[in-house]
Design a protein around this ligand. Structure first.
Ligand SMILES: Nc1nc2c(ncn2[C@@H]2O[C@H](COP(=O)(O)OP(=O)(O)OP(=O)(O)O)[C@@H](O)[C@H]2O)c(=O)[nH]1
Ligand SMILES: [Mg+2]
Length: 236
C-alpha cells in the first residue's frame, strides 16, 4: 500500500526476482529532497520540516503498468556524508535509480559524478533518471534565485553526457512529480522484462558454479587411464 514503510532488516531481497516486484533506489546528497519527493508521490503531501532520513526507509507502492499490477519498493537513504558510499545491498537487485540534485545548491550537482560512479559500479545497466528538484525556488533569498536556476539550466551537460532523462520538479508544489515516478516505474518494469544486468549474469554464474572435487590436471594417472580405457571406441 502506498506509504507503508518497513525496517531494513525485515527485507528479503529474493522477492525482487518475482515478476511482479521491482526495486527503485534513490540517490543524491543530503537535503536535496529525496524523501520529500517520495512523500509527495506516495502520500500526496509535503511536510516542510522533517529530520534527515536516518539510514534507510522503504516505501511500498502498488502501480499498474500496461494493465498489470506491479509491486514497487522505493528505497530511500540518507545522503549525509556519514552514510555516503552505500552498502552493496542498497544496490542489490535494483531495477531503476532516481538520482536527485537541488537546483538551489550547485554542490549537489557537482557531486552527481560521485553518486553516478558508485551506481554504475554496482548496477552498470539499470535505467537512471536525473532529477533537478526545488524548481519552485521556495527557500531561496529573492536575489539569489535567478542566478542559481540559470546555472542549473546550463548544467544539462551531466544528463547529456550520460544520456539520462532529466526532470525539473518540485516536491513542494508537486510539479512533475507524478510523471517522474510513473516514468521511473515504467523504466524499472521494462528493464526487468527485457534485459539482464551483466552483474546479475555474473552473480548467477557464481551461484551455479560447482567446484569440481579435483581438477583433472591434478590427476594425471587417472587421465592416462581414461584415455587408454578399453571401452573407448577404437579408431577405425
Ligand atoms: N522549496 C523546496 N524545498 C524542498 C523541496 N523538496 C525538499 N525541500 C526541503 O529540503 C529539505 C530536505 O528535504 P529532504 O526530503 O529531507 O531531503 P533528503 O534528500 O531526503 O535528505 P537526506 O535524508 O538527508 O538525504 C527539507 O527542509 C525540505 O522541506 C522542494 O521541492 N522545494
Ligand atoms: Mg531523506
Amino acid at each position: 500500500m502506498a506509504g507503508d514503510t518497513a525496517k531494513p532488516f525485515e527485507l528479503d531481497q529474493e522477492k525482487y526476482d518475482a515478476e511482479d516486484s521491482v526495486k527503485i533506489i534513490c540517490l543524491g546528497d543530503s537535503a536535496v529532497g529525496k524523501s520529500k519527493l517520495m512523500e509527495r508521490f506516495l502520500l500526496d503531501g509535503f511536510r516542510p520540516q522533517q529530520l534527515s532520513t536516518y539510514a534507510l526507509t522503504l516505501y511500498k507502492h502498488t502501480a499498474t503498468v500496461d494493465g498489470r499490477t506491479v509491486l514497487v519498493d522505493f528505497w530511500d537513504t540518507a545522503g549525509q556524508e556519514r552514510f555516503q558510499s552505500m552498502h552493496a545491498s542498497y544496490y542489490h537487485k535494483a531495477h531503476a535509480c532516481i538520482m536527485v540534485f537541488d537546483v538551489q545548491r550547485k554542490v549537489t550537482y557537482r557531486n552527481l559524478g560521485t553518486w553516478y560512479a558508485e551506481l554504475r559500479e554496482f548496477r552498470p545497466e539499470i535505467p537512471c533518471v536525473l532529477v533537478a528538484n526545488k524548481i519552485d525556488g521556495g527557500a531561496l533569498p529573492a536575489s539569489g534565485a535567478r542566478a542559481d536556476i540559470k546555472m542549473t539550466q546550463k548544467s544539462f551537460s551531466f544528463a547529456k553526457k550520460f544520456s539520462l532523462p532529466l526532470y525539473f520538479v518540485s516536491a513542494a508544489d508537486g510539479t512533475n512529480v507524478v510523471k517522474l515516478f510513473n516514468d521511473a516505474i515504467r523504466l524499472a518494469v521494462s528493464y526487468k522484462q527485457n534485459s539482464r544486468d551483466f552483474m546479475d549474469e555474473v552473480l548467477q554464474e557464481l551461484e551455479n558454479f560447482d567446484l569440481e572435487p579435483e581438477d583433472e590436471e591434478d590427476r594425471p594417472d587417472q587421465e592416462q587411464e581414461q584415455r587408454g580405457h578399453p571401452e573407448s571406441p577404437a579408431p577405425s
